[in-house]
Design a protein around this ligand. Structure first.
Ligand SMILES: [Zn+2]
Length: 82
């Protein structure tokens, strides 16, 4: 499994999704145009961040009822420690 956590795609916080890299100059002074676009995000101006509990909960709430109920039934099988 490539990831051991859940992630969500969000707008890049460095370039605000514009793909224009304007912060603190370029990577190499000998090759100033090496980074013409933001090096921190993908072609859509998005980056991956770990999904918070609220995001996971909201995702489950928004699922179709049948899928959601199946997931909840599996979660309820987890033994509770008391
Ligand atoms: Zn970016």
């Amino acid at each position: 499994m490539p990831f051991d956590k859940l992630y969500v795609k969000v707008k890049c916080s460095i370039c605000t999704g514009t793909r224009k890299f304007e912060a603190s100059g370029y990577h190499s002074p000998n090759n100033p145009y090496k980074w013409k676009q933001c090096p921190y995000c993908d072609k859509d101006g998005a980056t991956l961040v770990e999904a918070g509990d609220y995001v996971i909960m909201q995702y489950l709430i928004d699922l179709p009822e049948e899928r959601r109920d199946k997931i909840i039934a599996e979660i309820k099988k987890i033994p509770q420690e008391k």
